[in-house]
Design a protein around this ligand. Structure first.
Ligand SMILES: [Zn+2]
Length: 398
């Protein structure tokens, strides 16, 4: 599985020697021939691209070696693997070769450039928080972690001190009322130890978002006992039996997660719309978002998942530029003076730049709101008019 650190490393990778080859393949577990044919086609096109690049002979040989490695990796992949796609990043000239198997669908693609094409992986990580699911009844608790479509039970959680209290021999002597009181106390202390354990796991970054699976009075009790920071990251409840099978828990949790994401997406898009309407801190459309990137003003970017657009990029600092620069203006990067190069997908470079500016990037799926925002929009840190005022003030001062 790919980690955030690895994605960051891939994002920052620039080939000093040779070329960076990025390969994505959707795998069909039922028909291995199709994936072999698809790979062959992608490699055939890549060979044509390579020929047009005028590479140094050693680098060309290294790049061809990468394509062969990719073909071999695909054909040696076991049929019936539980993963639905694979991603390979390679640069033989720098002895770089990495294979990731992913349990989600990606668009098959082979890209040759001086940096890796990481957008699909990045969007994957962005939208896949680590979800913790805790199932509780009045005596027991189970804890699961869900990440990129896979579920794992944390077996230590249920054995870690929960419900290991000795049964008290004298309880049968007590009157009924007292018994009920004791039971309530036990449930309460059981729930607080669950809440303590959850807090520990959360603070150790074992998960980002939490779902509670329990019957109604219990789940409300537990949610009130949660650490405030954890309570903020509680994304939903489900009424589910503690002995439910993992596959069922996974599917219920993914539904809750999807609903939560839709709520968050809509909230962000509405916030952007309101800001734009009152001429506040947001912009929409490719041109304005690129300008905000150039002002280092990106705070949060919302982009339609399938949206791509041709444009320009600075090969020196990676800054994206809008393609329709008036002919009288030179195609030169304002910050480092390098000549801009044309790229097929400038949106990808906006996402990269946003990551460099520590902005959140949200890949929006299945909503009409993002269409009305021209497929890309951003919350910004400062407005152009503020710059102008600051500059005016500076001029009057001097
Ligand atoms: Zn530059």
């Amino acid at each position: 599985m790919v980690t955030r650190e690895e994605v960051r490393e891939l994002l920052n990778y620039v080939a000093q020697e040779g070329v960076a080859v990025s390969f994505y393949l959707n795998m069909d577990v039922h028909n291995k021939d199709i994936q072999d044919i698809e790979t062959k086609d992608l490699i055939k096109n890549a060979r044509k691209d390579l020929a047009s690049l005028n590479l140094d002979r050693t680098y060309l040989r290294a790049a061809k070696e990468n394509l062969n490695q990719i073909r071999k990796s695909v054909s040696s992949e076991n049929a019936g693997s539980k993963y639905t796609s694979m991603a390979i990043f390679a640069n033989s000239a720098e002895r770089f070769f990495r294979v990731y198997r992913l349990p989600i669908h990606v668009k098959s693609k082979l890209v040759i450039d001086n940096a890796f094409y990481v957008r699909p992986l990045h969007s994957l990580l962005e939208e896949h928080n680590r979800i913790g699911v805790v199932l509780v009844d009045s005596k027991h608790a189970r804890f699961f972690e869900i990440y990129i479509g896979e579920i794992h039970e944390d077996l230590e959680f249920s054995s870690a001190g929960i419900s290991t209290r000795k049964p008290l021999l004298e309880t049968f002597m007590k009157r009924e009322k007292k018994l009920a009181q004791k039971k309530e106390d036990e449930t309460r202390s059981h729930l607080s130890s669950v809440a303590d354990l959850l807090k520990a796991h959360f603070l150790m970054h074992h998960f980002d978002k939490l779902i509670i699976g329990a019957k109604k009075p219990l789940r409300d009790h537990l949610s009130r006992l949660l650490h405030p920071q954890l309570h903020e990251n509680l994304i939903g409840f489900c009424e589910i039996d503690i002995h439910t099978r993992e596959s069922e828990i996974l599917s219920r949790a993914l539904d809750i997660k999807r609903e939560f994401e839709l709520r968050e997406e809509n909230k962000l898009l509405r916030e952007i719309m309101n800001e734009i309407e009152r001429d506040g801190y947001a912009v929409k459309g490719l041109k304005r978002v690129i300008e905000a990137a150039q002002d280092h003003s990106l705070q949060e970017v919302a982009v339609a998942d399938e949206f791509s657009h041709a444009g320009l990029v600075c090969p020196g600092c990676g800054m994206p530029y809008f393609s329709e620069i008036p002919p009288e203006e030179k195609r030169i990067c304002v910050s480092c003076g390098e000549e801009l190069t044309e790229v097929a997908d400038v949106v990808y470079h906006i996402v990269e730049e946003a990551v460099r500016q520590n902005a959140m990037v949200r890949h929006i799926r299945g909503t009409n709101l993002i269409c009305s925002l021209e497929n890309i929009a951003a919350v910004i840190k400062f407005k152009n008019s503020e710059f102008e005022k600051i500059e005016e003030a500076a001029e009057t001062e001097s």
